[in-house]
Design a protein around this ligand. Structure first.
Ligand SMILES: C[S@@+](CC[C@H](N)C(=O)[O-])C[C@H]1O[C@@H](n2cnc3c(N)ncnc32)[C@H](O)[C@@H]1O
Length: 338
């Protein structure tokens, strides 16, 4: 038997180097297997055609389609976009009001096919294909209305990069924007013919509970719209073999509803209405109200407008406004002329 004395620096360094090499070899092996299985799928199946998982966008994504109606110049990021199954659906919905989707995928064949599919569906102007690993794509802060990633984040090169990327996603979404993630967890693979266990070809393979806890923690304070855990089983080609794969699919959709801050004192702003009668009588209410049923007159409250025009109230109107919970100042969104 061979013993390593960890007190000897040389032995220690050799072991660390060996461990790093094993991790690297494993990563390269997984990447190669993933590449082969995706190239096979993308070459043999057309987008939105029956016969493979490419036949339609995922429901979690299509459910979000109406969310941004009326919003102009939407900015979307699709991480691990493949050939455009989900992002093309969004581009089609919003191309008339201006929409840009940054689409990131490791495989150049995916981006080539994405560009062709974008042309077929008349959304070339909306699609910006980027051949890059997700872990290497720096997400700019406050840039996107929607960041989605379907069955791709679990292929980031390490758990550490995965956590960093989640933090970048959180910072990259604007207030009112959405994060939409579908991530495999607790994946197992076994040889379909012999039942022998195989190494799951997923770089990040977290326990489902831990992943759900991490998502909640990263997006804490956001309004969770959907959070599900679904068991799935399917066959997947692995070289000469077919693997029987089981997974717990974690779906997480949340809206960044950060409270607006008072520009004067930094306090939290609460939305409501300024109900007006004449210039000197102003009421504050959280719901639209009328003069007669209204709450108490605001005593000494300072009402400020975002514009520099003098305040001119329309008699009896309910003007959308926000009130600072700390200093009591009321800020009107829009001015109305008498
Ligand atoms: C299962 S497919 C899903 C594609 C697409 N999101 C969809 O739902 O149709 C995963 C995609 O992620 C890409 N991918 C895997 N690892 C990646 C990484 N580290 N960086 C960028 N893309 C990656 C693959 O090339 C593949 O196109």
């Amino acid at each position: 038997m061979y013993y390593v004395d960890f007190r000897e620096e040389e032995s220690y360094n050799a072991i660390v180097l060996y461990a790093k090499r094993c991790i690297m070899d494993n990563l390269l092996q997984i990447r190669e297997n993933e590449r082969l299985s995706h190239v096979e799928t993308y070459n043999s199946n057309g987008l939105f055609e029956e016969g493979s998982w490419l036949h339609k966008p995922v429901k979690t994504v299509t459910d979000l389609l109406p969310y941004f109606r009326g919003k102009k110049n939407l900015r979307i990021l699709d991480l691990g976009c493949g050939v455009g199954r989900n992002c093309i659906a969004f581009a089609k919905e919003y191309k008339s009001t201006g929409c840009t989707v940054d689409c990131v995928d490791l495989l150049s064949i995916a981006i080539e096919k994405l560009n062709r599919n974008a042309a077929t569906h008349g959304v070339t102007q909306c699609i910006n294909g980027i051949v890059k690993a997700i872990e290497d794509y720096e997400i700019e802060e406050n840039r996107y209305d929607l960041i989605m990633s379907v069955s791709a984040l679990e292929h980031i090169d390490s758990e550490e990069s995965f956590k960093d990327k989640l933090a970048q996603i959180s910072a990259g979404i604007r207030n009112g924007g959405i994060v939409c993630l579908v991530i495999n967890s607790e994946v197992t693979e076994k040889d379909k013919a012999t039942g022998e266990p195989m190494t799951a070809q997923f770089e990040v393979n977290m326990a489902s509970e831990e992943l759900q806890r991490l998502l909640k923690e990263t997006f804490s304070g956001w309004r969770i719209v959907k959070e599900t855990l679904r068991k799935q089983q399917y066959d997947i080609p692995r070289g000469e073999k077919t693997a029987d794969l089981t997974t717990n699919v974690v779906t997480f959709v949340a809206v960044k509803d950060e409270a607006e801050r008072c520009p004067y004192c930094g306090g939290e702003m609460k939305n409501g209405f300024v109900c007006t009668t004449v210039k000197s009588a102003v009421f504050w209410a959280e719901e639209k109200t009328s003069f007669f049923k209204g709450p108490a007159v605001l005593e000494g409250a300072e009402v400020l407008a975002k514009s520099t025009n003098p305040l001119n109230y329309v008699k009896g109107s309910n003007l959308p406004a926000a009130k600072c919970e700390n200093c009591g100042r009321i800020i009107l969104e829009n001015m109305q002329e008498k």
